[in-house]
Design a binder for this molecule. Structure first.
Ligand code: KG4
Ligand code: ZN
Length: 803
């Protein structure tokens, strides 16, 4: 086992800028002196994911040490290029995780300042790092012989012109020396404002040694506490929200549109599962009712509808209010306002018959997530002293008593003030699988003890770990070489995208970076249980290979999985396997029907793809036709959005369709000619949207179940006809389906019945393996493993991969 105090060999990496910084050093166990052994720092534009592992490997060779000797990794947490920061952090997490070594994160801006210091620069230094889109990350430091001292509190982003103005206006502007890659683009502007003293251009990017220096200072301040160094805890430095969240921020208080979602169909929303969404003005009345029901008899005076409305419409300070609803009925709400860097929780209420379902906890997780987005570091609330149930809930979330207001709720009824650090402690349990905050644990993990039989069994099983991060689920599965699925973990981010009515790529990548270690942890632990290992969880080095989704998907999401997998594979010294996500959806069928054999016809219907494929052999795919515009899943999502039903649309629409009449509304079937295997969904989507607008304008209530059933019928009719035509044309007697939409019970039943009647054997993936998961990726990886089809450690994510 390795301990922080004994840290000897360290590798520092940073890909936040065009500099691929990679330095290996020895840290003196007594005085902490840094002795650089080798450095592979070099400029490399947009190629960090390709070059990072090779560079590290070459640097270790020059340093004369083996990867197993590294005790710790240090990574630059940015700020910098979003993708660059993610590649560095994900790779570093994989490296540290695979080696069971420490991971420390440090500011890339500090690293730049230390890079200058190491070159002998002294005095006042301004780092202007490029933040793209006309912005920079400005950071001021004072450098003297003792070292580098920060003159600011936290990293931020500003327009380049603002940084120029701020610095040029300083009384000590004449002393200011400049550095940072922002000078490449904006150097002229600083110069025009009289800031002419730039340090040597070769020093404008952070070096690996600079990173190490910055980390040593930070580590000394943090005291190297136990648990520090857990790769699960290292996250990018965020200075800016994604655009979608920027808009959310407006919603959260700076500007609120009073227009709420078109609905007017409340009773017809029956069948909608428990959902969470931001509170809107239309909720005020229902919220007031629930408030009154909840606080009946309590000393607390219930709020009125007007009070809630004033919270939502043009509030003076940022707010966050969320509601939970089920079957069209409001069952809970919570909210608070931002005061300095604290979110004051003003109200939490859950309908009595819905308590103990984790709703309050979920509501608070949404409110506190918003609060973090608004820059809050703590949450606080007041609770009646006698309300032990509420106090217990808050304590479980990490709140602790911080004060008391005597007789606040009336004579003898004190208010207890409670406070918690953000993020809140949100444990995962089956009933409430919400995204969790990282919990500090002992790191590195204790190396498992194995009996000889267990070691032999692990070797015989040859475990393949598969990682999936192409869209909005972070997933990991473990399969053995015979095809036994030993672990299958999925962490979905749906709640974080739901408010936007679709997946926001920037949020997806951020969430993958947060979740990946926890998800893989859970998978290794599950496999340990499945195998009955007495020494506990499976260790990375006990794996036979690591498979990862390489594409297609969202590039920013894919890079997280790919970079992590490469780092982990390298550190654990196991081979890596690149998997095509679409092939994963196809192979999900093997989880249900292991003897499925080509040739057969395969329909892929997911959120991003719609295709009809003639599978002539494994790996020999003839794509007969694809969609010309929207994918089927996308059409479901867009229709649900138009109805104000939330995201993702597929499950909601299919539930509603259950009680609807598929013949009620005649929607168009596109490209319905014989021999045409192409699809087009956008016309149908437009027809549905037009229908909604037309009925609403005419003052008629929309019968949502009929609409849902008719929409489904239009989509599935075409799917059936084309699949049947392809079966006839190719002579194939087998059919299977895959992708998120394949979870739809009506589509499944229809294909089973209609094609079955024609004598075709129909295979359907297990319901849970239709939407994105890693089990299907594991199935592909296992077969590639058997064939020895490994990838190199310089693969990159490939967002446009095809079948
Ligand atoms: O395969 P998937 O999880 O992600 C991609 O690779 O795209 O598919 C997600 C899509 C979403 O558009 C979702 O609305 C749809 O699958 N979906 C459904 C159902 N469940 C999920 N569509 C129709 N009926 C369902 N029950
Ligand atoms: Zn998918």
């Amino acid at each position: 086992m390795k301990h922080a105090i004994e840290t000897k060999f360290v590798a520092a990496i940073d890909t936040s800028t065009d500099m691929l910084a990679c330095t290996v050093a020895r840290i003196d166990g007594v005085d902490g002196a840094i002795d650089v052994l080798a450095s592979g720092d070099h400029l490399c534009r947009r190629h960090a994911n390709v070059e990072l592992i090779d560079t590290l490997d070459a640097t270790l060779v020059r340093a004369g040490i083996a990867r197993e000797q590294l005790d710790a990794y240090v990574v630059g947490r940015g700020p910098g290029s979003f993708t660059g920061v993610r590649i560095g952090i994900s790779t570093a997490k994989g490296l540290a995780y695979g080696a069971n070594a420490h991971l420390y994160g440090t500011s890339t801006l500090d690293a730049s300042a230390w890079t200058a210091w190491l070159a002998g620069v002294r005095g006042l230094l301004g780092v202007a790092a490029d933040a793209m889109r006309g912005e920079v990350y400005p950071a001021l430091y004072r450098l003297d012989d003792a070292g580098v001292c920060r003159l600011f509190d936290r990293e931020r982003v500003v327009k380049a012109a603002v940084a120029v103005e701020e610095w040029a206006g300083r009384a000590d502007a004449a002393e200011l020396q400049l550095t940072g890659d922002g000078l490449v683009r904006y150097g002229d502007r600083f110069e025009e404002a009289g800031l002419t003293s730039c340090i040597d251009r070769s020093l404008w990017w952070p070096s690996g040694e600079g990173l190490l220096r910055a980390w040593r200072v930070g580590a000394a301040n943090a005291g190297d506490v136990a648990g520090y160094g857990d790769p699960a805890l290292v996250l990018p430095i965020y200075t800016r929200l994604s655009d979608a969240e920027e808009n959310e921020r407006k919603r959260l208080g700076l500007q609120q549109s009073a227009r709420s979602e078109i609905s007017g169909v409340a009773e017809e929303l029956a069948g909608r599962h428990l959902q969470f969404r931001p509170m809107g003005p239309a909720d005020a009345e229902a919220v007031e009712r629930l408030e009154r029901a909840c606080f009946e008899g309590a000393a607390h005076t219930p709020w009125s509808a007007e009070q809630f409305l004033s919270e939502l419409v043009e509030p003076a300070v940022p707010r966050s209010w969320w509601v939970a609803h089920d079957d069209g009925e409001l069952v809970g709400f919570a909210g608070g306002m931002v005061v300095e860097r604290d979110i004051e929780i003003l109200d939490v209420a859950v309908a009595p018959e819905h308590r103990r379902a984790g709703i309050a906890r979920k509501l608070l997780s949404h409110v506190s997530y918003d609060a973090q987005m608004l820059g809050c570091e703590t949450a606080s609330l007041e609770v009646e002293d006698g309300n032990t149930a509420a106090r217990a809930l808050y304590e479980a979330l990490g709140f602790a008593q911080a004060g008391r207001r005597p007789n606040y709720y009336g004579r003898g009824a004190d208010a207890v003030i409670m406070k918690a650090e953000l993020p809140l402690v949100l444990p995962v349990d089956a009933a409430s699988p919400e995204p969790t905050a990282a919990v500090v644990r002992a790191w590195p993990l204790v190396e498992p003890e194995r009996t000889d039989e267990e070691t032999a069994e692990l070797a015989r099983r040859r475990l393949v770990l598969a990682i999936e991060s192409s869209c909005d689920e972070t997933a990991a599965a473990i399969i053995d070489v015979e095809g036994n699925m030993l672990a299958n973990q999925v962490s979905t981010q749906i709640d974080f995208h739901a408010r936007f009515g679709g997946v926001v790529p920037e949020i997806a990548s951020r969430k993958h970076v947060e979740a990946i270690v926890g998800v893989i942890d859970a998978a290794l632990e599950e496999a340990g249980h499945a195998l009955g290992l007495s020494g506990g969880t499976v260790a990375p080095a006990e794996l036979a290979a690591i498979g990862v989704t390489q594409g297609p998907g969202l590039v920013g999401a894919l890079v997280v999985g790919v970079a992590f997998a490469k780092g982990m594979a390298y550190a654990a010294n196991v081979p890596i396997i690149a998997v095509n996500h679409l092939e994963g959806h196809l192979f999900a069928n093997l989880l249900a029907q292991p003897d499925l054999k080509p040739p057969f016809i395969f329909t892929l219907v997911s959120g991003g793809h719609t295709m009809l494929v003639h599978v002539r052999d494994w790996g020999d795919y003839q794509v007969l036709g694809e969609t010309l515009d929207d994918a089927v899943g996308e059409a479901f999502d867009k229709v649900a959005k138009a109805l104000g039903l939330g995201y993702p649309g597929g499950p909601i629409i299919s539930r509603l369709a259950e009680t609807g009449d598929p013949k009620a509304i005649e929607f168009p079937r596109a490209l319905n000619r014989k021999g045409d295997y192409r699809f087009s969904l956008s016309g149908l989507k437009t027809a549905v949207v037009n229908y909604i607008e037309q009925e609403t304008a005419a003052g008629r209530t929309i019968h949502v179940p009929d609409l849902a059933a008719s929409f489904e019928a239009a989509v599935f009719d075409v799917q059936y006809k084309k699949a049947w035509a392809a079966l006839r044309e190719t002579g194939a007697r087998e059919y299977c389906i895959g992708g998120g939409v394949a979870a739809n019970p009506h589509l499944r039943k229809m294909m089973m019945k209609k094609l079955g009647r024609q004598g075709v054997r129909v295979t359907l993936p297990p319901q849970g393996a239709c939407t994105d998961n890693a089990a299907m990726i594991a199935e592909v990886a296992r077969r590639k493993f058997e064939r020895g089809e490994f990838a190199s450690l310089n693969i990159d994510a490939d967002p446009n991969m095809t079948l």
